[in-house]
Design a protein around this ligand. Structure first.
Ligand SMILES: Nc1ncnc2c1ncn2[C@@H]1O[C@H](COP(=O)(O)OP(=O)(O)O)[C@@H](O)[C@H]1O
Ligand SMILES: [Mg+2]
Length: 590
């Protein structure tokens, strides 16, 4: 995502048109309203001329009244047109930016997990929010402002020429005087605005991390340090903002001074003509009106131009994200209907010479030429020191990554030939750190099977030995669990996650045993829940407990990405020194 924040070709805005296309009728209606208001705006100048010449100068009360009535009529039309234009344009802006958000989210949820190791979630978040908001303001307001101003600029200049040639030349001479400072200061303001946004993003990243790790901060009594560090961040943002507002204030002051000076010069030149009788007062009034209109249009176009540039940058970044293809793809033709896990002539799971490197560590193999067969209904315990590649085995089995070499099959079918949905539907994964959504218990358990009835959820919770503590929560199954389930103990979280797996009722169970989070009592609860879950199911379990290991049909010992031994507990105790050592160090808690 190394696209220049400031500038990108305007052509990168073109693909956004595809998102606007479904609403083209709304766009036409808005353009109609835009033409109407521009037309009325231009004719208002004639109204001003009429009121002055036929009302004041002619001294006719009746004509003044008529003129004012016409003026009010025009103004009403302007109000209605403006309502339509503003409403419709903003509607399109909001609709399209939300459509783009949906498209991006849809893309993000299907991307291969390693993408998220390379790209910070905060950055993706700002794609979803800041960049789309920028586009929304462009489509919804800036663009229509630019269009309207361009129309007014051309129309206003034409009306100026019609009204008075000499004065028009004065105006045309003054325009660059206003434009030059605008362009100079404007560029500075934009640059500072963009670094201002970056500074704000830094603030929120910083605060987000501290809030998430608040207990660590407090237990080390680092509140004061963090406060100071945070204040430094906010101060940086303030300093950037200060120079930005200084430039902006200068810009506004310069524009006001130059515009009104130019108008004064015009009044002086035009006033002399009125005095000399070569021009009517109404003409001068209309002229000033159009001149102001032209000046404002020029200012708007210049300002919007810069914004369009930023939007082009945002669009380029968004489209880049939309173009990312997941490295894990569904097969063109899947063999889902041939999958029969209880077929006897193939092992349920088979790793065949599987090697794998994580994309971020191309030179270090996480698994090397690994072979493993798991029969239908078997429980296989995997043991090994930390970093041996146990969890990696599970990740490959679920196709979060594809092996660099070798293949993995379910009942004789290469998992790459199964649809991702079918493959993952066969498996229930209980991760080492239970992962909960910040919703209620019901939602968290039902995540295993969205179609399950309330009764089924209760039953699953009972099997997971979770029902008892859930019903004691303040709102039972509708108790809110807080972010990451902070309102539960480790063992309780574990049991909710187990209930989720029970509800999914998968053919293959992948368990990454949690150790540290559990006290003796919840450990026995979790153990009982696990036993229920594992019964008659093909299970791979990364074991940290002697009880689990003893229950297993086969134990696999892994080290440095390889399987170094397989056997039963008794066999391995005598034949494998690493296993013996693991038993002494890790399993001695039972
Ligand atoms: N996402 C990742 N990116 C890069 N390397 C990783 C990633 N996850 C794990 N590893 C590395 O791969 C090796 C195996 O990790 P893992 O399978 O998690 O081990 P275990 O579960 O046996 O403790 C370790 O050296 C680890 O540092
Ligand atoms: Mg692990």
């Amino acid at each position: 995502m190394a696209i220049n924040k400031e500038k990108a070709a305007f052509s990168s805005l073109l693909p956004v048109l595809a998102f606007i296309k479904p609403y083209k009728w709304v766009v036409f209606a808005a353009l109609g309203a835009l033409l109407l208001t521009a037309g009325v705006n231009l004719s208002l100048g004639q109204g001003v001329k009429f009121v002055i010449d036929h009302g004041f100068i002619a001294g006719s009360q009746e004509q003044l009244q008529q003129a004012v009535m016409v003026l009010i009529g025009l103004i009403s039309l302007l109000a209605i047109g403006t309502f339509c234009r503003f409403y419709l344009m903003s509607w399109i802006g909001e609709r399209v930016s939300n459509d783009i958000r949906n498209a991006i989210f849809e893309r993000i949820v299907t991307l291969h997990p390693s993408y998220f190791e390379e790209n910070r979630s905060g950055e993706l978040m700002s794609r979803l929010t800041t960049d789309t908001t920028l586009l929304q303001s462009i489509i919804g307001s800036s663009f229509s402002m630019a269009l309207r101003s361009s129309l007014m600029l051309v129309g206003g200049l034409a009306m100026l020429l019609i009204t008075n040639l000499k004065l028009t030349l004065v105006v045309v001479a003054c325009v660059p005087m206003v434009l030059v400072p605008m362009l100079i200061f404007g560029r500075k303001v934009r640059k500072l605005a963009s670094s201002s946004q970056d500074a704000i993003a830094d603030i929120s990243t910083y605060a987000g991390e501290i809030i998430q790790n608040i207990k660590v901060v407090q237990s080390f009594s680092h509140e004061a340090r963090e406060k100071a560090a945070f204040a430094e961040e906010t101060n940086k943002a303030f300093l950037v903002a200060k120079s930005r507002i200084k430039q902006r204030s200068l810009l506004i002051a310069a524009v006001i001074f130059l515009t009104f000076s130019a108008i004064s010069v015009m009044l002086w030149v035009g006033g002399s003509d009125v005095l000399a009788g070569t021009m009517t007062g109404g003409e001068l009034g209309a002229f000033v009106f159009y001149a102001i209109m032209v000046a404002m249009s020029v200012a708007t176009v210049a300002e919007v131009y810069g914004e369009l540039q930023r939007a082009a940058g945002a669009a380029a970044r968004l489209l880049e994200l939309l173009a990312v293809e997941s490295m894990i793809q569904n097969p063109a033709h899947n063999k889902d209907d041939q999958l029969e896990l209880n077929k006897a002539d193939h092992p349920a799971i088979r790793f065949d010479n599987v090697s794998f490197n994580y994309p971020s560590r191309p030179d270090k193999a996480a698994l090397s030429t690994l072979n493993l067969e798991v029969k239908q209904g078997q429980t296989v315990a995997i043991v090994g020191p930390s970093g041996a590649g146990k969890t990696t085995l599970f990740e490959l089995l679920q196709r979060f990554y594809d092996p660099s070499a070798g293949s993995i099959s379910l009942a004789g079918i290469n998992i790459k030939e199964l649809s991702l949905h079918c493959l993952r539907q066969q498996m229930g994964m209980v991760a080492q750190n239970p992962i909960l959504f910040s919703c209620d218990v019901m939602h968290n358990i039902r995540y295993g099977n969205p179609h399950a009835s309330d009764e089924q959820v209760f039953t699953a919770a009972k099997y997971a030995h979770a029902d008892e503590f859930i019903t004691q929560l303040p709102q039972g199954y509708h108790s809110f669990l807080g972010e990451q389930g902070v309102r539960l103990s480790g063992g309780q979280k574990q049991r909710i996650v187990l209930a989720r797996a029970i509800l999914k009722d998968p053919a293959i169970l992948l368990l990454d045993e949690a150790t540290s989070a559990l006290d003796a009592q919840s450990e026995s609860h979790v153990q009982a829940a696990l036993e229920h879950l594992m019964k008659d199911r093909t299970t791979l379990i990364i074991a940290h407990r002697l009880a689990t290991v003893k229950h297993a049909d086969v134990i696999v010992v892994m080290d440095k990405g390889e399987i170094i031994a397989t056997g039963t507990h008794q066999q391995l105790l005598t034949s494998n020194p690493l296993y013996k050592q693991l038993c002494e160090l890790q399993f001695n808690r039972d």
